[in-house]
Design a binder for this molecule. Sequence first.
Ligand code: AMP
Ligand code: GLY
Length: 411
Amino acid sequence: MRVAVVGGGGREHALAWALARTADVVVVPGNAGIARAGIACVPTLDATGPVDLVVIGPEQPLVDGLADQVRSGGTPVFGPGADGARLERSKAHLKQVLQRAGVPTAASRAFHAGEEGAAETFLRSQPGPWVVKTDGLAAGKGVLVANDVEGAVADMRAKLAGTSFGTAGRTVVVEEGLTGPEVSVLAVCDGRAADDAVVVLPVARDHKRVGDGDTGPNTGGMGAFSPVGGASADLPDQVLETMVLPTLHALAADGVDYRGVLYAGIMLTPDGPKLLEYNVRFGDPEAQVVLPRLEGDLAALLASAAAGHVDPSAIGVQPQACVGVVLAAPGYPEAPVTGGKISGLDQAGPLAFCAGVAEHEGRLVTAGGRVLCVTALGADGHQARAAAYAAADRVEFEGGVLRRDDIAATA
Ligand code: AMP
Ligand code: GLY
């Protein structure tokens, strides 16, 4: 089987690496680090030659309808169409679908530009913590969780004015503040709304805040691990029954054929698991720690889902734990300083997944906020963590590495 993976980040590197065990893989456009790892990268889908399957990594092309376009050309695609991708494109739409489907989630209200007064009154009537989300895509950075109402009001005003997130923020969703540990559950869906239409992958957790101890602003994710100690053994079934299947039924009622990953971001609250968000793709960096734990034939799994009847026997889960540490450029997330030479990558093991990496004068240099996700397997969470940090310690960026030192500390 020949598979094209669309995207150029660490998630796509991990997907390409895992798919390459059983398939011939080309990444579009990929990045210099993926190419350096021996995986073919081409600039456009037109340049891949014939492929049997297209796997779309990031949300933006899904939102833009790339899956619809490729499917209408006759090639099977793993990734939802623009109609399914609306779950991630618009938090206001997401909340409507969740309400209709009866999925447990934070109470919320949407406000549009011009409704600042009503939004402020609503915020001030809430007990806090106060949560203000951009309706549109914001690379994981559009959510403010504030412990003071003044900060929440100021953030809401900046978002609605378009100053902080452009048009993505001109509608906001104000949510009830929930508390509890978070987990990510990735469900592979084949377009049907049936019990056997979904394969749930191992539970993972990412670390969204930039600083140790979960401090500082939200990022795209500073590291991840799987499995997650403390998540109950029946969590995947619970997520399937109370979240994913009701959502697929609601989507089907709207005529949406959802073939791809439905990524459930979940908070384990004192009142039980609640859905914070859906993403319509593999998580980044969750993919980097979930995919190495799969054995079997990932290409067959994704191809069967893309063909409308997912085959759970294509993969198994091996017992080892996996930890991934993101190495970011200094200044991330606000203003990453890029262009620094990367050294030591060859000593970081086979699971050093490359994201913001480019080639300059024959050398790899940093070219984005999140540069690498250095990942390792181990017999348990402690061993995987030690191995991941040992590998991460071997990598340096000219100008410095920004990373967290407490990834998977609770694994
Ligand atoms: P989201 O993009 O919706 O997953 O939000 C990003 C992060 O903001 C989540 O991972 C949570 O840490 C936090 N968050 C989102 N919604 C809430 C909420 N209702 N209550 C508390 N924290 C939240
Ligand atoms: N790790 C969070 C995300 O992929 O959106």
